[in-house]
Design a protein around this ligand. Structure first.
Ligand SMILES: [Mn+2]
Length: 350
């Protein structure tokens, strides 16, 4: 499925690699992994990686981005990775490249490059680049393998999510045989500041159960948020995980009052909670979605909807609705057609 990417790389002397803004482990992993892969296999090519800073993933080798002039795009191939929509791409100059290819694993909702390689059955974009390396018979170096492995392990929730299958482990095995130092990687990925651990502990103490339902929540008022001296996003997204992995809790929501609204981060270990997020104007994934509601009353109404959904779905045979769209096979689109958007709004996890 990657012939067009391979051909495009062969045909261009300069390759500029983009990914989404505020990069996560997969955005950077696929970007740095592909850059190293091209450098290793096509030493005569000039490869640039561009975008906003790597943030907490700055420990990754080569994560300092390149500054390049606009003129570099005139004869270049731009590769856009892990980005579902054009507005999410860091550095919009990819659009001025001589040719462009996108590789992504999100539900197709926008087409904006000359060649689009989108396959939602992959757990990560890095996994797609690993498959590209494997299918194309490219030599895989340690730097490339470590970056790609970082993307796979982070976007798969440490190989736990539904999207993980035999292919995930086959590709992880392929990467590990190039010498991935997992001990060093996990030390960088899975460690937190004492301050954050204390904050999580205080949030754990505030978990509430919604009646007799398997729904839990934490509600942080605007006043409480001010006292924490944290930005709303880091509390909303950063603290939702304290409610994960609790026996008897299948759905959980972290509510955070900010700027006159209530941010809602919704998660489930079993059910497709996405329709509830969509009902409240948000979106995201089946088991991880987000929304914003006007007030506490609306937040409580959302909990009632989630409790109802959990009760109904638990009675059904297919709790997560896995029989349908999640296992989509390869969508390779080369023209301008856009398929239906299943909802990536709402600022939820990617
Ligand atoms: Mn991704």
């Amino acid at each position: 499925m990657f012939e067009k990417l391979y051909d495009a790389i062969v045909r261009h002397g300069t390759v500029i690699i983009h990914r989404h803004t505020s990069p996560d482990g997969d955005a950077l992993g696929s970007q740095l992994g592909l850059a190293a892969l091209i450098r290793d296999n096509f030493p005569d090519k000039t490869v640039f990686t561009v975008g906003d800073p790597a943030g907490r993933y700055s420990f990754m080798e080569g994560s300092g981005m390149d500054e390049i002039p606009d003129s570099a795009y005139a004869v270049a191939l731009a590769v856009v990775l892990d980005s579902a929509e054009r507005g999410l791409v860091s550095d919009g100059r990819y659009a001025s490249a001589a040719f462009s290819v996108r590789v992504d694993h999100h539900i197709l909702c926008d087409t904006f490059t000359d060649v689009e390689i989108v396959d939602t059955s992959f757990e990560s974009c890095a996994g797609m680049i690993a498959a590209f390396a494997s299918e194309s018979g490219l030599a895989l170096g340690k730097a490339s393998a470590e970056a790609l492995f970082t993307g796979m392990v982070t976007d798969s929730g440490r190989f736990r999510y539904d999207s993980v299958g035999p292919r995930t482990f086959a590709l992880a095995s392929f990467l590990m045989s190039a010498g991935v130092d997992t001990e060093k990687l996990y030390r960088n990925l899975y460690c937190d500041s004492l301050e954050n651990v204390r904050l999580r502990a205080s949030f754990a103490g505030r978990i509430k159960k919604y009646g007799d339902s398997p729904v839990a929540y934490i509600y942080t008022t605007a006043e409480e948020l001010r006292a924490l001296r944290r930005d709303p996003f880091s509390v909303s997204r950063g603290m939702v995980g304290v409610m994960a992995d609790i026996r008897g809790i299948d759905v959980w929501v972290n509510f955070t009052e900010a700027d006159g609204r209530v941010l809602c981060e919704i998660r489930s270990s079993r059910f497709n909670i996405n329709p509830v997020a969509v009902k409240y104007g948000g979106g995201g994934h089946k088991k991880a979605s987000g929304a914003e509601v006007p007030d506490r009353e609306a937040a409580m109404a959302m909990l009632a909807d989630l409790a109802r959904l959990a009760a109904e779905d638990a009675a059904g045979a297919d709790p997560a609705g896995n029989g349908t769209d999640d296992k989509g096979s390869a969508d390779i689109v080369t023209d301008g057609k856009v398929t239906a958007d299943n909802g990536t709004a709402g600022g939820s996890a990617s």
